[in-house]
Design a protein around this ligand. Structure first.
Ligand SMILES: Nc1ncnc2c1ncn2[C@@H]1O[C@H](COP(=O)(O)OP(=O)(O)OP(=O)(O)O)[C@@H](O)[C@H]1O
Ligand SMILES: [Mg+2]
Length: 356
């Protein structure tokens, strides 16, 4: 959302600093499209150390980023086009409609407008906007507002600077998620639900090529799936984590019978149900807000999209075709990466594909 300079460039770097893993995607710009040069995913905690969202501090990210750049043989000072993003409670995006305003009035008018729509205090707010369209009949403007706080932006910039990088474009997570999807899916008419399921939160975006964009974060992710397994199966964190990777939502045939587990489990809702509830609620809201319920697909991305059985579970409960999204349609993949398509990279790819 913040642009400090625009340059011509041949290569681009997308950096997604997640609380669980840092993801970096290095693309080469082709005449038409992109080619994957390399990528790296690295956890923010040392191997075997439990991930606890409240323990995570921004100082952890720069050393991980430095290691990734070394592995990718990228010297930070030579990076010309870098796109990264911020997310969470202190970010917000909202699509609004206003009467037509000329360019010179737009910025100040939108600042006041944003204060009405965006839950960030005015003096702390950094605002960006994009005019999506001007309606022919009414002359009304459809505008996408994106806001964050100065503090969050500073914290993010510090991580990049500590890794030797020069911050350039900074996006908002849910916009990067939408970008990744819009540029890499066969999008027809209708409305799509995108869920970027991370470690402690899920970015939910509801969007269609001719329909309003709605974004909201759901406060659940991979961390909560691990906690469910710890609770249900009475396992320590590392055993639960192993169980999660091996079995996901499926039952380990060697473990206690399903009936015993569900009897123990009666008092608390599972993470998958909490996510489904939030999605259903958002879909109902969207119909009222956007007047469109032509839902075509739910697309899962992020590390927890790989959780076995989750895609099928969501499809069954939400009743919309659901798939794990592989963000590589418009990114040429060299042979050595062909079997390494990974939905955990989706956001970083959306960032790397952003031009300005
Ligand atoms: N194969 C897999 N099966 C199940 N879960 C997985 C798998 N691979 C990664 N995960 C989970 O995905 C999560 C990490 O995903 P991701 O990198 O998208 O999160 P993040 O961006 O760091 O988190 P956040 O956005 O919440 O800050 C972790 O909870 C991890 O356990
Ligand atoms: Mg994330």
């Amino acid at each position: 959302m913040k642009k400090t300079k625009t340059q011509r460039f041949k290569e681009t770097l997308g950096i997604d600093i997640g609380t669980h893993s840092v993801k970096v995607v290095h693309l080469k710009k082709l005449h038409d499209g992109f080619k994957l040069l390399n990528y790296e995913i690295r956890p923010t905690m040392p191997q075997g150390v439990e991930y606890i969202p409240s323990d995570l501090r921004a100082e952890r990210y720069a050393p991980v980023l430095i290691e990734i750049l070394k592995t990718l043989h990228i010297s930070p000072k030579t990076v010309k086009h870098l796109v990264s993003s911020v997310g969470g409670d202190n970010t917000s995006i909202k699509q609004i409609k206003t009467i037509f305003l000329p360019d010179d009035e737009l910025e100040s008018a939108l600042f006041f407008e944003a204060k009405k729509h965006i839950p960030i205090s005015g003096s702390d707010m950094v605002l960006d906007y994009q005019v999506l369209s001007v309606e022919e009949k009414t002359n009304n403007m459809n505008i996408l507002l994106a806001a964050t706080t100065k503090e969050l932006l500073n914290e993010h910039t510090n991580v990049l600077v500590s890794a030797g990088l020069t911050p350039n474009l900074v996006d908002i997570d849910s916009l990067a998620v939408t970008n990744s999807f819009a540029l890499n899916a066969f999008v027809e008419d209708g409305v799509y639900v995108i869920l970027n399921i991370g470690a402690h939160r899920t970015n939910m975006v509801i969007w269609g090529p001719d329909s309003k964009l709605f974004a909201r974060d759901i406060p659940y992710g991979g961390y909560h799936f691990t906690r469910d397994i710890m609770r249900r199966r009475n396992l320590e964190w590392d055993a639960a984590e192993n169980h999660k990777f091996q079995w996901g939502l499926e039952d380990d045939p060697g473990a206690a019978s399903k009936q015993t587990i569900s009897m123990l489990d009666i008092s608390e809702k599972n993470t998958e149900d909490l996510i489904v509830e939030e999605v259903r609620r958002a879909l109902r809201f969207y119909v009222k807000e956007a007047g469109n319920s032509d839902y075509r697909k739910v697309c899962l991305m992020g590390g927890s999209a790989k959780l076995k059985g989750l895609c099928e579970y969501i499809q069954d409960k939400v009743n919309i075709p659901t798939e794990v999204f592989m963000p590589f349609i418009n990114v040429e993949m060299p042979e050595k990466f062909q079997d390494k398509k990974d939905p955990q990279l989706a956001l970083a790819i959306g960032l790397a594909m952003r031009m300005e």
